[in-house]
Ligand binder design. Structure first.
Ligand code: NAP
Length: 333
């Protein structure tokens, strides 16, 4: 019998999760029922939204249950099929990550073309990561010709796509912030940013004023907190902010106060709009149609940070939350 190793949530974290909040469990490989497929997962994704699901409260996705496998995006090869729709050998993306083998209804899997892009790319730039950048900059805070665009967590999965995309959409200047000198250098050298802010190196507001002396038109917020305050201050009249994430508060143990300067949005006739990528999945074909071409011609560069083996998945998640990744953080199974 082949063993299926999977990661369970062992305890609900208080503040920053710890390695012993997770447990590696060996289970039997499940058998597919009629209409189901068995997938050998080859890669899985770790994402910031998973932190919220480790808490008890209901969010837009249900909380992880203690003592059961966690879930999230994964890609793998179909090794057994009882579905006429999906044959053995197909490559599928689905939502039963955090385990080496997954059984699921064929309808819950999306067949992807491994010749079009690598497995890593299907979980990254061609997955919800890339789509998030696209939606933020076209639907939620649309970039107009000549705009100055600011992106936080700019060296991360969404941020590393967003900078390059903003330029493609007509931005005249793209500024990214990230933690540490190495990442800041990488933003300009490899990820298409015109200017970089190392938010750990000094005042964010001062560095933003220096990078964008005349202000910004669009801000893609992945961080919240002081980043959002600085961006609202720097926003030009008619500016747009996409509230994509607020990772600076995901481990908070007390409610975090909102920005003190919110009313500036009224005075500037500006927009701050939240987004949930699940509401935009209908745009996947449009995004993949564009991004696949850019990936193929080299005009969209992507990076991944890889952890090896299911046993390292919790560490990969913790590392990503602390900024240990450049580009998309993935686990190779
Ligand atoms: P990511 O950027 O690849 O990884 C998270 C990054 O956050 C880390 O690499 C780290 O980079 C940064 N970070 C962590 N703590 C921070 C802090 N206190 N201050 C500033 N930066 C901090 O993750 P991602 O998957 O691309 O997600 C980025 C954001 O988008 C997250 O907030 C996520 O929740 C959000 N998101 C939302 C949606 C949606 O539907 N609304 C969809 C996808 C993602 P540094 O080293 O630079 O600190």
């Amino acid at each position: 019998m082949t063993v299926n190793r999977e990661i369970h949530l062992a305890a609900r974290p208080f503040g920053e999760p710890r390695p012993d909040d997770f447990e590696l469990v060996a289970a039997a490989v499940p058998e597919p029922a009629e209409g189901q497929i068995l997938v050998r997962n080859t890669w899985m994704s770790v994402d910031p939204y998973m932190r919220d699901r480790m808490d008890e409260g209901e969010s837009y996705l249900p909380p992880f249950q203690l003592g059961t496998p966690m879930d999230g995006s994964a890609i793998g090869e179909v090794v057994a099929s009882r579905s006429a729709e999906i044959p053995v050998g197909a490559t599928v993306v689905h939502f039963l990550g955090w385990r080496e083998y997954a059984v699921l209804d064929a309808a819950a899997a999306t067949v992807v073309d491994p010749a079009l892009a690598s497995a890593e790319t299907w979980l990254g730039a061609l997955g919800t990561t890339g789509l998030t950048a696209y939606v933020a900059l076209t639907e939620v805070a649309p970039v107009r010709e000549g705009d100055v665009v600011f992106v936080s967590a700019a060296a991360g999965a969404v941020g590393s796509v967003a900078g390059q995309l903003a330029r493609k959409l007509g931005a005249s200047r793209v500024i990214g912030s990230a933690g540490g000198a190495l990442k800041a250098r990488k933003l300009v050298a490899d990820l298409g940013y015109d200017a970089a802010i190392d938010y750990r190196a000094g005042s964010l507001a001062e560095q933003l004023a220096q990078a964008a002396p005349d202000g910004i038109d669009v801000y893609v917020d992945h961080v919240g907190g002081d980043h959002l305050v600085a961006a609202i201050d720097a926003l030009r009249p008619g500016g747009r902010i996409a509230m994509v994430g607020a990772i600076s508060s995901y481990n908070a143990t007390e409610p975090v106060p909102g920005p003190s300067n919110l009313f500036e949005l009224a005075a500037k006739d500006a927009t701050l709009r939240g987004m949930l990528i699940n509401s935009y999945f209908h745009l996947f074909p449009e995004w993949i149609g564009k991004a696949a071409g850019w990936l193929a011609d080299g005009s969209l560069r992507t990076e991944v940070t890889v952890a090896e083996g299911i046993e390292r998945a919790p560490e990969a998640f913790l590392d990503m939350m602390r900024g240990g990744n450049v580009g998309k953080m993935l686990v190779r199974l």
